[in-house]
Write a protein that binds this ligand. Sequence first.
Ligand SMILES: Nc1nc2c(c(=O)[nH]1)N[C@H]1C(S)=C(S)[C@@H](COP(=O)(O)O)O[C@H]1N2
Ligand SMILES: [Mo]
Length: 225
Amino acid sequence: MPYQKSDAMGLPPGQHEVSEFPRFGLPRFARRIPNLRTSPEIKVTSEVGRSTTISLEELTCLPRREQEADFHCVTTWTVRRLRWSGYALRDFIHLITERIGPFDELSWVGLRGLDGYVASLPVEFATDPDVLLADRLFGEPLDLSHGAPLRVLAPSHYGYKSVKHLAEIHLLRSRPRGSPGWKEHPVALVAKEERTQHIPGWLVRWLFRPFASPLAWYYRRNTSL
Ligand SMILES: Nc1nc2c(c(=O)[nH]1)N[C@H]1C(S)=C(S)[C@@H](COP(=O)(O)O)O[C@H]1N2
Ligand SMILES: [Mo]
C-alpha cells in the first residue's frame, strides 16, 4: 500500500465518515441484481495470451488473506474498518500465468461484474498486495448488496474500481473503456484525490457530494434481496 494505510488517523482529502456501508454504484446498475444460480466461476480472457475459466472452488488452493480497510466512494462517503477475507488478485494472476501464461505485454487488468459493470487498473496497481478477490465481509459470505459471490477490493483506490459480482478478468495491452466513462480515473488513488481524470479532485468533491445520499436511497429502494 504505497500511499495510504488502512489504519491511518483521519480521513483522506474530501471524504467524510458514514456509519453504514450502503449498497451503491452507478444509477443504471441499481436494478441489475445478478442471478447467482449459475455456477460460480471467473472467466479469464486475454489479448496477450490464452483464455481460461477458473471456478471459485479452484481458488481455494490460494492462500487466504484477511484484511481490514476503509472503503472510499468517489461521491465522498467513507466507511471505516471493514474486515474482508479472500484471495490476493496477484496470487490469482500468478496462478493463471502458470496455467496459460506468460502474458508478456500485459499492461491493464479489466474487471467485469455479472451486472455488466466494467472497471480496470494498470497491472502494477492490480497486483498490489492489498488488492483482493474478497468473498467474505466480517467473517460472513458476501451478500448480494456487497458483491456476492466474489468482488474486487482495491482499498487504496476509489470504490468504483472495486467491481462487485466479479465474472471476468480481462488481460489487456491497453486501457479498456469502463462503465464510469469519463468519470473513471485510470488509477483513482484516494490519497492523491484522483477522483476523475480531467477535473481536479477538490472540485469534483463538490460536484459529486450532493448525489451521495439520493443515490444511496435509490439503491436501497431497488434492492430486493
Ligand atoms: N458490479 C458492480 N460493481 C461496482 C459497482 C456497480 O454498480 N456494479 N459500483 C461501484 C461503486 S461506484 C462503488 S462506490 C462500490 C460500492 O460498493 P458497495 O455496494 O458494496 O457499497 O462498488 C463499485 N463496484
Ligand atoms: Mo462509488
